[in-house]
Design a protein around this ligand. Sequence first.
Ligand SMILES: [Zn+2]
Length: 99
Amino acid sequence: MQQESHPFDEAFGKAVDLGNQIADADEKADLWDIADGLLAGAVQYWLYTRQPCGDPRCEECLPISTAEGRLEELRRLIREFSEESQYFHSPTDSNVGRA
Ligand SMILES: [Zn+2]
């Protein structure tokens, strides 16, 4: 059986692993700094891949054909991935009711 390739899952898993590796290698490292760095790198890579192809009639590039359009698409994805995350809601959220 041929091994199927899942680039999304691979990139997702490796990004999380990388954060853990950096944290493990330096116990004084600020986890928020590591996370911000990972996010900045992900945004950088995402923007690099979403440069419009240059054909003004290209429908695929239409939503990302301006900087504002790319930011809108990025916001949409961040909202989607956040809501799908097991860590989106936290039991220590300030708006969690305590019985
Ligand atoms: Zn295009």
